[in-house]
Design a protein around this ligand. Sequence first.
Ligand code: UD1
Ligand code: CA
Length: 447
Amino acid sequence: MPQRTCLAIVLAAGEGTRMRTSLPKALHAIGGRTLLEHVLSAVSGADIALVVGPDHGALETAAKKLVPDAQVFVQRERLGTAHAVLAAKAALEKKHDDILVMFADTPLVRAETLTQLRAALAQGAAVAVLGFKPVDPTGYGRLVMKGDDLTAIVEHRDASDEQRKIDFVNGGLMALSGAHALTILQRIDNANAKGEYYLTDAVAIARDMGLKAVAIETAEDDVLGINTKAQLAQAEAVLQNRLRNAAMEAGVTMVAPETVFLSTDTKFGNDVTIEPNVVFGLGVTVDDGAVIRAFSHLEGAHVGKGARVGPYARLRPGAELGADVHIGNFVEVKAAKIEDGAKANHLSYIGDARVGAGANIGAGTITCNYDGINKHLTDIGAGSFIGSNSALVAPVKIGDGAYIGSGSVITKNVPADALALERSEQTVKEGWAKKVQALKAAKAKKK
Ligand code: UD1
Ligand code: CA
């Protein structure tokens, strides 16, 4: 059977004033990814028509970055959801088999749910909507059913007392058969309480045309809409639960999953353990058998097989840990390759560096990578030993197997297998402390 073609019209003309920010609503993020990106990924494979409001530059740029051939349409006046869909009339005229109307502020809808909607069209429905049963249906459009047929959607404001008792409501998104979509949409008027062109009227119009409309029940989570910062946080919570469950399903051990924060692109190998209170920013891959200990923060990092990170470690973008590497408490790694078996267990900053296999970085070691103007590389050889509290002033190279005495400030390259020591001779004054103690005691007695 040939694949049915699909056009997804993404409505993003929402003003978003209740978010109280200057950022367009659809560019707020959950799981490290914008709401727009979530919606676009749910409809991946479909042709995209994005409908934006008059101040749309940022949204257009973001959409084009994700889907270069997305078409962008501007809805100049906000006259309702059907009016917004018709802004994309030129795209609708191409007669796709299926039309999906998506809301950019409803980011949690799953691709599987959309597949169900489209399956209803393939089975002959002209309109298919997502229904759910919220605890409180106030504000939602009510789905008026007659057996399995959806006969109308009545917006809350237009509903009679009797209709307001219906607990099955409209999730907002809609699938329309491409063959009829334009005809149906063009018949929608604005004779209602809000004076808006309601997309939801498509149901009654399709019925009038002798076509079929259906409602598919879905979980409330799928159609959670975001209007406020509180709802943004609520959506984040739903998404985090999905991501945690997927990770555990794939075999990741989490001691306290509710305290672990993931990104949509976090990748785990087998037998990974994550202790409580760990945050994964974008771009993290953790290989088999690695352990991420409590209170660590990772972003743009790769953790090799069997490596140990934390507690209280910070891996910043470009941190590349090989197999069995140990990165301990209060160690920060940025743009640095830490090769197999190397260890930095305590209180260090390793930035713009390479640490060779098996090297040991002592407590308090700092790569001084920044001279105030430029950043420079520190290259630490395999098997070397960097004594505690050393400062390695980049650019600098420590040869394989070299030994740096504790407390050194290393500004020149150190050859392989050499010892470099940079600190003043220690002075010892025999009996000095005892004399001072005696003086102190005598003074105390006089009082
Ligand atoms: C809509 C549904 C309602 C459903 C609810 C679910 C309609 C008429 N009603 O109501 O049945 O229960 O969602 O949350 O569809 N938009 C535009 N341009 C416009 C108007 C809206 O782009 O002129 C966009 C908004 O940015 C938003 C989406 O369409 O992303 C939905 O519009 P909104 O006004 O929030 O609809 P609801 O009243 O929530
Ligand atoms: Ca809404």
